[in-house]
Design a protein around this ligand. Structure first.
Ligand SMILES: Cc1ncc(COP(=O)(O)O)c(C=O)c1O
Length: 386
């Protein structure tokens, strides 16, 4: 017998990575490429974080840590919730993971039995589906649109609930739409899930990158839910591979047991570096960057809509615009590929995010400076004007 396990048949590629590879290849051949596909900040990690990471290496902090992370970091994260959102979090319920991807893998593994379902919005972050498939579960993908800001509502959760439903997963701000769930709606969703004996998972990995309101954490709503977070986006630390989750106390023992087995621990120098992530010095830098992202959004949103892209819900967070491109194409994948080949502008086709009209949607990431965005818009205008 040879070949991969059957479960691999359900795992789809992360198409944007293919597009990124092609964009890099064109760049290597000397073409100028405007990157509006990449889901990571263009800013390097903040200086204080880098210095702390270098110090950790110099101090020989290169060995395993406890599976759930170093105590000072777990305490620092807990204090951050208190300082920023006024929520008391038990550091014992904070688990430091290799990226939020590590947290997602842990959470799906400890919660989902084969045949059980996780409910989520379509469109949404593609890897979440695959984490569920990996443990033999299935997803209930609910098609959402601008009428609910591309988010699940309590009513949708209630009406799609089946005996197999084990968990509901939401993301605020969302990838790919940058939209939020209002706190009152999250409260209602939590209540529906709780009444049915399920579990709520809230992806807050774009927390902090929010532009028109102060924001909140789901931990203000309840403590019997899972919150997933990351140092990747707001703290600009994608390559350090560090995230965290806050879990209900009853699950912590199982999470520890599984983390010991599958990761041993999150990267050690990264954990020491992250101790500086919440310092005043770093937060001053991340706040400046947040304002830079906001300025980019405020440039790109009207620029794209005036070209004829339809962005039906104002994106209030993350660094994405999810746009209807039906004025130009009914095949967003070909559209993105041709735009890359002919004009050197890389964007993400909708099919990465689900099956809800992916062929007429594309995602723009404003993870590049305004002059490059302006050049991108100029090239797109030229492309669609042909
Ligand atoms: C919604 C969402 N969740 C999770 C992740 C994973 O990020 P990381 O593993 O770097 O924390 C991403 C990355 O793009 C994302 O957009």
């Amino acid at each position: 017998m040879s070949g991969s396990a059957k479960r691999m048949a359900k795992i789809r590629p992360f198409y944007v990575m293919e597009l990124l590879a092609r964009a890099k290849q064109l760049e290597a051949e000397g073409r100028s490429i405007i990157h509006m596909e990449v889901g990571e900040p263009d800013f390097d990690s903040p200086e204080p974080v880098v210095r702390a990471g270098q110090q950790a290496l110099a101090d020989g902090l290169t060995h395993y840590t406890p599976a759930m992370g170093i105590t000072p970091l777990r305490e620092t994260i807990a204090r951050h919730y208190q300082a920023r959102y006024g929520v008391k979090v038990d550091p014992g319920c904070v688990i430091v993971t290799p990226g939020s991807s590590g947290a997602l893998q842990l959470v799906m593994s400890i919660l989902i039995n084969p045949g059980e379902r996780v409910m989520m919005a379509d469109p949404s972050y593609p890897c979440n589906r695959n984490f569920v498939y990996l443990v033999g579960g299935d997803i209930t993908a609910i098609a959402v649109d601008h009428r609910t800001d591309y988010q699940l509502t309590a009513e949708m959760v209630a009406s799609h609930w089946t005996p197999e439903t084990r968990a509901v997963m939401v993301a605020t701000p969302s990838n790919p739409t940058g939209t939020l769930i209002e706190k009152a709606e999250l409260q209602r969703i939590h209540q529906v899930v709780q009444e049915r004996g399920g579990v709520l998972i809230v992806d807050e990995i774009y927390q902090g990158l929010i532009y028109d309101e102060p924001g909140y954490t789901a931990l203000e709503v309840a403590d019997d839910l899972f919150v997933i977070n990351s140092f990747s986006k707001y703290f600009g630390m994608t390559g350090w591979r560090l995230g965290w989750m806050v879990a209900p106390k009853t699950y912590v023992g199982d999470i520890d047991k599984l983390a010991q087995n599958i990761f041993l621990s999150a990267p050690t120098p990264a954990q020491y570096a992250a101790l500086q992530a919440f310092s005043d010095e770093t937060l001053k830098i991340t706040e400046e960057r947040r304002l830079a992202f906001q300025a980019r959004r405020d440039y790109l949103y009207p620029a794209l809509t005036s070209l004829g892209f339809k962005i039906r819900s104002m994106p209030k967070g993350a660094f994405y615009l999810y746009a209807d491109c039906s004025a130009f194409t009914s095949d967003s994948y070909q559209f993105a590929m041709r735009l890359l080949e002919e004009e050197g502008v890389a964007i993400t086709p909708g099919r990465d995010f689900g099956d809800n009209h992916p062929q007429t949607h594309v995602r723009f990431a404003y993870t590049t400076a305004i002059p490059a965005l302006e050049e991108g818009v100029r090239r797109i205008a030229q492309f669609i004007g042909r």
